[in-house]
Design a protein around this ligand. Structure first.
Ligand SMILES: *Cc1c(COP(=O)(O)O)cnc(C)c1O
Length: 463
């Protein structure tokens, strides 16, 4: 081993060999040198671990080709498109909502050129970036005013900071949510400088519990949509109208963190329990916060909507500058919101809603098409089977959508090995493993992605 270790060449010496000339003409010297260095390091580690009994021929075409492959792989963007075959429509690890073509066009237009982001074209004076979407949000939610920030977590923090800093926030013990990524409601309340007053029990909280907790120091009654869990059985939560009446009688603010925030009723598609923003506001909630990239189907952002006087206070709070939305997201949000207005039908135009509302016959046809194409490519152990898709994104945890998936086995791959190999495809294909089978759900695929999936499987053979 030590002899082989000593035989490992120096990077500079290798660069000067004729075998490297082709690479040096195709790539920068820096790229070739860096890649050589990491290849030599890998060889050294393999030798030390005893995995390697002989060194490659450093002058060979095969060695140069392997370096070229490494450089090409390194040149791929780190953040890149992937194929979501998980059946989870809003998958946080896979970038949540796909954007509509209209939203992408808006990003392209506003990103490539200057814009009237903060210029009032009527007066020539400084304008506000919020004006571009505020009217649309109000129209779609019935709110008096609205503000958009970087994400829903920021929306919650800003709303609490601007209304309850140094004062009390009353919240039910059944709604002190954690949504992952270090967002725990009690911690966010503490971070905002407000004091949490927990009321009720995990399963039951009554309006009376809120009423008894309110004192002159209370600023906010906070409701949160328990979007990633459900408390079932012997439970009670007061109605929003009851809490609104209480808040208004006591001079406090009723605030609700809705999380997903749907603008349209999803119950015709079998998804109950997801409150529609306009209904929530109509029931008397003063101010709501929700994400732009969950069920709304737009870019990452957090929307705050509600009473004008409260929104005004939020807009001028110093934190609102730190968490403001960027112009590209704003452009995508405006374009997405316009898809909710006639003549558009959001269930056709907004990809998240299209995936949710897609008839099962279409999903099944796509699964069968994929299964047939894989079969036609020589894969034998392939079938299309009924499955369950989920909305995801921390929403609607107990409810699923009927779906179809392609189940495939490729000996000698284990399901885990197959999943790992497909993650390395270009683009990566992300499926799921159920009952020791590798599955790809067709509800989260588009017809256009079927070909790319088949290509990824063909690529497995050439390895
Ligand atoms: C997802 C979610 C959030 C956080 O939203 P982001 O846009 O990811 O910051 C906050 N509250 C609830 C209830 C959520 O579901």
């Amino acid at each position: 081993m030590s002899t082989l270790l000593r035989q490992l060449p120096q990077v500079d010496a290798l660069l000067a060999t004729p075998g490297m000339a082709g690479l040096l003409s195709a790539y920068s010297r820096q790229e070739v040198a860096d890649t050589l260095r990491s290849a030599l390091q890998a060889l050294r580690a393999d030798l030390k671990a005893g995995h390697l009994k002989q060194l490659p021929d450093f002058e060979s075409e095969a060695f140069a080709r392997s370096l070229g492959d490494r450089i090409e792989a390194e040149r791929q963007p780190n953040l890149r498109p992937a194929i979501n075959a998980t059946g989870i429509i809003v998958h946080t690890n896979l970038g949540r909502a796909r954007l509509a073509p209209e939203a992408l066009a808006a990003i392209q237009a506003v990103g490539a050129d200057h814009s009237n982001l903060e210029l009032d074209l009527d007066t020539g004076r400084r304008g506000s970036r919020h004006t571009h979407v505020e009217r649309l949000i109000c129209e779609l939610t019935g709110a008096e005013a609205a503000l958009v920030v970087n994400n829903c977590a920021a929306a919650v923090l800003l709303s609490l900071m601007a209304t309850a800093q140094g004062r009390k926030v009353v919240a039910s013990r059944g709604e002190l949510i954690e949504i992952g990524g270090a967002f725990r409601l009690p911690d966010v309340i503490q971070q905002s400088g407000a004091i949490l007053r927990e009321v009720g029990a995990t399963n039951k909280t009554r309006a009376k519990d809120y009423a008894e907790a309110i004192d002159p120091d209370t600023a906010v009654l906070l409701k949160s949509h328990t979007s990633n869990y459900q408390i079932v059985g012997f439970t009670h939560t007061p109605g929003r109208d009851e809490l609104a009446a209480l808040a208004h009688a006591t001079g406090t603010i009723l605030m609700e963190d809705l999380g997903s925030g749907v603008l349209v009723d999803l119950s015709p598609y079998g998804l109950r329990n997801e409150p529609v923003v306009s209904d929530v506001l109509a029931s008397g909630v003063d101010i709501v916060m929700f994400s732009g990239d969950k069920l709304l189907g737009g870019p990452q952002c957090g929307i705050i909507a509600g009473r004008a006087e409260l929104i005004r206070g939020l807009k001028t709070h110093p934190l609102s500058r730190a968490v403001r939305i960027d112009k590209l997201s704003l452009a995508a949000l405006e374009a997405t919101l316009r898809l909710y207005r006639a003549p558009h039908d959001p269930f056709c135009s907004v990809p998240v809603l299209r995936a949710i509302s897609q008839p099962i016959a279409d999903v099944r046809a796509r699964a069968e098409k994929l299964a047939a194409a894989l079969n036609g490519s020589g894969f034998e152990d392939v079938s299309s089977i009924p499955s369950e898709a989920f909305v995801g994104g921390g929403s609607l945890p107990q409810q699923h959508l009927k779906s179809y998936a392609v189940s495939i086995g490729i000996p000698p791959y284990t399901p885990d090995a197959l999943a790992a190999a497909l993650r390395k495809a270009r683009p990566p294909v992300i499926g799921m493993i159920r009952n020791d089978r590798f599955l790809m759900d067709a509800r989260t695929l588009t017809d256009g992605e079927v070909t790319a999936v088949v290509e990824a499987f063909r690529g497995l053979r050439s390895r």
